[in-house]
Design a protein around this ligand. Structure first.
Ligand code: F6P
Length: 344
């Protein structure tokens, strides 16, 4: 059996562990593994594939990024592109394709499954926002990076008696901000699920100061809405191939820091953690989970089950359909948000 593997969308620590698991299982079965390069670009434009041998997946367990490369190329943008993917799938002689991605990549996989292609997904995104699964590869590493950053920012914020605004990833959901903020002892967390006014943030920081807290750490997700911030314009700005605003240019963190300083007079600084949250070695949890879910994806192919995706339910792995991935996003619930507020 010839199995293709592709990683699409933003990279996430743990992708290589999943690729390794798929390849090791397939090669042990006497199968062939084909790496499709740079996400859907490797099937849309020219067929860009290379055979994966045991040496290529050796030593990659602890390595971040993806040995296959990735992109945000979107075949759903035209019928011609979708047809090119189908034609290249056949030209590559694939019996099945495993696509590792978030909602965008997996929406393409679902559409291909609808066209009869033998496709299986693997959920990954540091945003951890797929409703279909309780966990996505990469999230734990991202939260660990945010936690370490907050620990470091605490000491410098305390030394200078500053307000430190920390912008973290999270387009539509605030999982990284909330969990990182909980672990790192944030004094306020601002996330897309719960819109807030600038005035509320200002009042909270003033009340902390009045209580003798002479520094504060505010964690804000890049996609959060803060009412009263003058120049965040969600209608303008560059977008990616899936139509998403490039949030790294939206600037909610820098603007929030500026406005806080203007309103309170407290010296304020901003740190945008940006792509550091997706870089470097995966945590033990991500290595283990990626290994489990990658192996499960291969097992589904061996069983002849396509148009599906292994997902986390409780401590185990369940199987959902790729169509279910589009059903919605998993959002931070009120009780977790309230828990964080206890420590403000
Ligand atoms: O893939 C998720 C994510 O990390 C988001 O949190 C972030 O907004 C986006 O990717 C950044 O995308 P890009 O790598 O295309 O700039």
């Amino acid at each position: 059996m010839r199995v293709g593997v592709l990683t699409g969308g933003g990279d996430a620590p743990g992708l290589n562990a999943a690729i390794r698991a798929i390849a090791r299982k397939a090669l042990a079965d006497g199968g062939e593994v084909v790496g499709i390069h740079n996400g859907w670009a490797g099937l849309v434009e020219e067929l860009d594939m290379r055979m994966i041998d045991p040496h290529q997946v050796s030593g990659i367990l602890a390595v971040g990024g993806t040995i296959l490369g990735t992109s945000r190329v979107n075949p759903l943008s035209s019928e011609q592109s979708m047809q090119a993917v189908v034609a290249n799938f056949e030209a590559a002689g694939l019996d099945a394709l495993i696509t590792l991605g978030g909602d965008d990549t997996l929406s393409v996989a679902a559409a291909l499954a609808d066209r009869g292609l033998a496709v299986v997904g693997v959920p990954k995104t540091v945003d951890n926002d797929l409703q279909v699964t309780e966990y996505c590869v990469g999230f734990d590493t991202s939260v660990s990076i945010v936690t370490e950053a907050l620990d470091r920012l605490h000491t410098t914020a305390a030394a200078h008696h500053r307000v430190m605004v920390v912008e973290v990833m999270g387009r539509d959901t605030g999982w990284v901000a909330l969990m990182g903020g909980l672990a790192g002892g944030a004094d306020m967390i601002v996330i897309p699920e719960f819109a807030i006014q600038l005035d509320e943030i200002v009042q909270h920081l003033q009340s902390r100061r009045a209580r003798g807290r002479d520094f504060s750490i505010v964690v804000v997700a890049e996609g959060a809405t803060v009412g009263g911030l003058p120049s965040v314009d969600d209608q303008a700005g560059a977008r990616d191939a899936f139509g998403h605003l490039l949030l790294s240019r939206r600037g909610v963190g820098p603007q929030l820091a500026e406005q806080i300083e203007a309103a309170t007079g407290f010296e304020s600084r901003v740190t945008v953690l940006g792509y550091t949250q997706r870089g470097g070695a995966p945590t033990a949890y991500d290595r283990i989970w990626a290994t489990r879910v990658g192996a499960a994806a291969y097992d589904l192919i061996r069983e002849g089950r396509f148009g599906v995706i292994p997902v986390k339910r409780g401590d185990g792995i369940a199987v959902a359909t790729l169509a279910e991935v589009a059903a919605g996003q998993r959002r931070v619930p009120q009780d977790l948000y309230e828990l964080a507020r206890v420590f403000y």
